[in-house]
Design a protein around this ligand. Structure first.
Ligand code: AMP
Ligand code: ZN
Length: 493
């Protein structure tokens, strides 16, 4: 069987995927920081990893997918400035930081469900792994790659860089790296401006702080991922994902910490998603150009003409390869809506088609077989969802032709017809995670209700009050109210 190839951002090459311990695959992706609702750019990244997770399972791997929740940590925001995001919000709202964490963790989970993004196998939290993080800081100090100053512990970048290729993942040279660290208040206590905090001293103004051998403080943000990935996946694991903006400093620091702790290089394949942009600029909270999922779904925003359903948005995102940048616009979403409906209609038609006899036409039969094989082939090429969708559209053309009788489905052998049904359904539903819209169900409900209302009207014309009342009363029990008037209507309360 053809193998999966993944673009490894560490080696900057597309490589054959060979897991360390097949059929097991260890997969880690950086999760959300839970102090606000993720924007659509974040959703794109989590969705890309969802499709990878689904596909790896589909091709037979036993995947352990770990995606963390960042619920504490000494962070720098996208401008490289220190921020205590969760604590600051808790203070502003006069609540406990864990209330902020709980609220936004729930909101994140709700959002993942709306977009049909599967939950990971393990979802560890930074607050739940303070002990392990302290252990790693101690190991790094013991190995001579970190030093303590005034209750904080800093990673010694120049010393590490003498022995290892620091910044290898992002490709930044050591002098450029200073840009990532503008932690102004701590600059004078570091031995070198490039050093980064792995433990940060916190005074009583910080609402989240933990006891450590260096006094009360919090772990550095990069540390949690080093700790939680290897705790659950082993010191060397297969895939680590995140958005491209995390390559530096977050992921380069992760590598340095794992090596500094004496564990060696943690990751075989690094995978980075590209950015969702709006009007050509990276969507980001700090740039103020982020659009939130509920605004896009409801249509309550200044940028789009109308709302778009979660499945249309999912389809839209899968139309681009995860490693390309792509832009959110009204026109692109309108086009995606048409494409999504065409694909889902083809699926409905396919599942209604019957294949009673075969009058096999070899050319047609082989064409369909080849298209089915292409679906795997495209996904094996670094999870190319864009091209997989293009092949599914070619199959949709065939399905429509069989349905409209422009072509005869009996041209396919029974085996090929079965292959077509299995492949189309598996790729659309299980791998790409596209589901019929709620709207579709609503159409069925409306149709059924009209049928019931018609039957009741007929009973009433025949003065069959028993049947007519039974229908009304039984519907009432289901909270469906029938209102008789010029036209009979119904409401669900
Ligand atoms: P955060 O909660 O800010 O740490 O972000 C969660 C994930 O979303 C990370 O993997 C980020 O790299 C990713 N991300 C942030 N902005 C974008 C964007 N505009 N497009 C795609 N992914 C993004
Ligand atoms: Zn991370």
């Amino acid at each position: 069987m053809e193998s999966l190839h993944i673009y490894n951002t560490l080696t900057k090459q597309k490589e054959k995927f060979e897991p360390i311990n097949p059929p097991n695959v260890g997969f880690y992706s950086c999760g959300p920081t839970v102090y606000n609702i993720p924007h659509l750019g974040n959703v794109r990244t989590f969705m890309a990893f969802d499709v990878m997770y689904r596909y790896l399972k589909h091709i037979g791997y036993k995947v352990k997918y770990v995606r963390n929740i960042t619920d504490v940590g000494h962070m720098t925001n996208s401008a490289g400035i220190e921020a205590d995001s969760i604590g600051d919000l808790a203070k502003a709202e006069s609540v406990d930081p864990m209330q902020i964490v709980q609220k936004y963790t729930c909101a994140f989970h709700d959002l993942m469900r709306v977009f049909n993004i599967q939950p990971p196998d393990i979802e560890p939290t930074a607050t739940g792994h303070i002990v392990e993080q302290i252990d790693m800081v101690e190991a790094i100090i013991k190995n001579g790659y970190a030093y303590e100053k005034n209750g904080s512990v800093y990673f010694d970048v120049p010393k590490f860089a003498k022995a290892y290729d620091y910044g290898k993942l992002s490709g930044r040279n050591i002098d450029e790296q200073q840009e990532g660290y503008r932690e102004l208040d701590a600059q004078d206590e570091k031995n070198d401006p490039r050093d980064f905090a792995i433990w940060k001293d916190c005074d009583e103004t910080y609402l989240q702080r933990y006891t450590s051998p260096w006094g009360k403080g919090v772990p550095g943000w990069h540390l949690e991922c080093s700790v939680m990935s290897t705790k659950y996946l082993g010191q060397r694991f297969d895939i680590h994902g995140g958005g491209m903006d995390l390559k530096f400093p977050h992921h380069d620091c992760e590598i340095a910490q794992n090596i500094g702790a004496g564990e060696g290089e943690p990751v075989k394949y690094w995978v980075h998603t590209n950015m969702l942009t709006m009007n050509g600029k990276k969507m980001s909270k700090s740039l103020g150009n982020s659009i939130f999922p509920d605004e896009l779904i409801s249509g309550e925003n200044d940028l789009m003409d109308k709302g778009f359903s979660p499945m249309v948005i999912r389809f839209f995102m899968l139309q681009s390869h995860y490693s390309s940048e792509f832009d959110l616009s009204n026109d692109a979403l309108l086009a995606a809506e048409k494409g999504y409906k065409r694909l889902m209609n083809a699926q409905v038609s396919l599942n209604k088609l019957t294949h009673t006899e075969a009058n096999t036409d070899t050319a047609e039969d082989e064409a369909v077989q080849q298209l089915c094989a292409q679906c795997n082939h495209k996904m094996n090429d670094d999870f190319n969802t864009a091209q997989t969708l293009a092949v599914l559209f070619e199959l949709a053309n065939k399905i429509n032709a069989y349905t409209n009788k422009q072509s005869d489905v009996s041209k396919l052998s029974a085996t090929t017809f079965q292959l077509l049904q299995t492949t189309f359904n598996t790729f659309v539903t299980d791998i790409l995670g596209l589901q019929p819209e709620e709207e579709g169900n609503q159409e069925v409900v409306n149709g059924l209700m009209q049928l019931i209302i018609d039957i009741r009207a007929e009973a009433r014309t025949k003065k069959d009050w028993g049947t007519s009342d039974k229908i009304r009363d039984d519907l009432n029990k289901l909270n469906i109210l029938i209102k008789d008037g010029e036209e009979t209507t119904w409401t669900y309360e």
